[in-house]
Design a protein around this ligand. Structure first.
Ligand code: RB5
Length: 152
C-alpha cells in the first residue's frame, strides 16, 4: 500500500469484456490508496481490445504510470496487444501463484485478467499480490528479462 503524500498512479484499461471487472478493480485500487489512470472503455458497448492495450502501453511509455492493469474477455487479446511494446511485460494471470511468479520471475509491469474467466475475488487477490511482490533481481531472472527488451 502506498504511504507517501503523492500516491503511485496505476493505469487501467479494458474492452467491453473486461468493463465490469475494471470497474471493480479501479475501486479496489483507489481504496488501496493508489491514484488510477482509467483509459477506458467506458461501457459494455463492443470495442476493439488492441486499442486499449495500445493506449495503456502508450501511457506507460510516456511515463504516466509505471504499472498497469488490462482486462478483456479472456485476457489474451489485450495482453498480446500490450506485449507488442518490448518494454511492456504483460502477464495474464489466473490465481495467486501466477500473480506471484509474474512478479518474482518476469518482473511483469502489467497484470492482465479475463473478465469472463476469473471471479472478482480471485482477481482482487491477484492484483494485491502483483502490487506487493518484488522481482527477484539479479542472476538468471534479470538476464532473461533483459532479453525480453532486446529481442534478437
Ligand atoms: C471480445 O468479445 C473478446 O474477443 C475479447 O474481449 C477478448 O477475449 C479477446 O482476446
Amino acid at each position: 500500500m502506498p504511504s507517501d503524500a503523492s500516491p503511485e498512479t496505476i493505469a487501467i484499461a479494458s474492452d467491453h469484456g473486461g468493463f465490469e471487472l475494471k470497474t471493480e478493480l479501479r475501486k479496489d485500487l483507489m481504496d488501496m490508496g493508489y491514484s488510477v489512470l482509467d483509459l477506458g472503455s467506458d461501457s459494455l458497448d463492443s470495442v476493439d481490445y488492441p486499442d486499449f492495450g495500445y493506449a495503456l502501453a502508450g501511457a506507460m511509455k510516456e511515463g504516466k504510470a509505471k504499472r498497469g492493469v488490462l482486462i478483456c474477455g479472456s485476457g489474451i487479446g489485450i495482453s498480446i496487444a500490450a506485449n507488442r511494446d518490448t518494454d511492456i511485460r504483460a502477464a495474464l494471470v489466473h490465481d495467486a501463484l501466477t500473480a506471484k511468479l509474474a512478479r518474482q520471475h518476469n518482473d511483469a509491469n502489467v497484470i492482465c485478467f479475463g473478465g469472463r474467466t476469473i471471479g472478482p475475488e480471485v482477481a482482487r487477490d491477484c492484483l494485491k499480490i502483483f502490487l506487493e511482490t518484488e522481482f527477484e533481481e539479479g542472476g538468471r531472472h534479470t538476464r532473461r528479462v533483459n532479453k525480453l527488451s532486446d529481442p534478437q
